[in-house]
Design a protein around this ligand. Structure first.
Ligand SMILES: [Zn+2]
Length: 177
């Protein structure tokens, strides 16, 4: 797979203004190029994730709320926690980020609201970093195939022997000497 799209801007210079005017950017990032997400991937091959970020505003009695609506999707290669083989996983991100000025506290009551997450934003909002965060949140903690077997090496004779339990007991005992 080769995606030759031009690099989209990795930052939004003024996210509040972007939200107010209903801005929109879209592009493709390589999941394998995101430094924290790569730890969760089984393969370092290019894994393109398409994304769209749109600015949204909502007027309420309390004033204007500004959002970045982040949508992203693609197929990532995770590692199965049971058989340790590759597990293709279609990731789907649909998150609304409530923009909060860096000098204001994040509102507590917003944390209860599942429809959006408050984020501190200033100038030069890092789109790639926000995408990475949302992708990580969207991945299962312990991905496993629907049907697969644990590798044979996982069942060692030692674990099955009656001495194994005794050994682990000894290991757990504090050194009394
Ligand atoms: Zn598996």
């Amino acid at each position: 797979m080769s995606h030759q799209q031009n690099d989209t801007p990795a930052t939004i210079a003024d996210p509040f203004e972007f939200a107010r005017r209903g801005g929109r950017i879209e592009g493709v990032v390589d999941a394998a190029g995101l430094p924290r997400l790569i730890d969760m991937l089984r393969s370092t091959a290019s894994q393109p994730v398409g994304y769209v970020v749109t600015g949204e505003s909502e007027k309420s009695a309390l004033g204007e709320k500004l959002f970045l609506h982040v949508q992203a999707g693609g197929e990532l290669v995770l590692g199965c926690q049971r058989c340790l083989e590759e597990l293709p996983y279609v990731v789907d991100v649909d998150a609304r980020l409530l923009l909060v000025s860096a000098d204001e506290p994040l509102p507590d009551d917003e944390l209860e609201d599942d429809s959006h997450d408050p984020v501190h934003a200033g100038r030069d909002f890092d789109v790639r970093q926000a995408l990475e965060e949302e992708l990580i949140l969207a991945l299962p903690l312990a991905p496993v195939h629907d049907v697969c077997d644990a590798p044979v090496e996982a069942v060692r004779d030692e674990d099955a022997s009656p001495f194994a339990a005794l050994k682990s007991l000894k290991r757990g005992k504090p050194d009394s000497q």
